[in-house]
Write a protein that binds this ligand. Sequence first.
Ligand code: DKA
Length: 134
Amino acid sequence: LTELLGKKYKLSTSDNFDEYMKKLGVGFVTRKAGAAVSPVVDLQKNGDEYVLSSVSTFKNVILKFKPGVEFDQETPDGRKVKSTITIDGNTLHEVQKDADGKSTTIDRTFSKDEVKMVLSVNDVTATRVYKAQA
Ligand code: DKA
């Protein structure tokens, strides 16, 4: 993972994301806004803390975390959740729990060419692929 820190990846394809957002209870207008943008993500490391940034005209989200340590997060659609991210090789495995006990997992697998993101809530899975920028 070390050699991929600081690399920028831009959203290229997105599959079943609307169904995923629906299942999370995201409203129509926010779903349309969220689906319309192609965020740019990058992962950095400061000491033992990781910084995962996602930048788009819809929302900028910066997650600062230590692997395995739960933190508070506000999702792009404004839900307040508790997240824990663990790292396994080049994969960041995130579990988010909201106040109603609903849980979603987001796996992000980094490689030289892309970041593959797999998002699941209950029986709904979405896949988003981010391509490395030149
Ligand atoms: C991404 O970073 C998507 C993150 C998932 C956010 C869930 C709800 C978003 C609503 C716009 O590519």
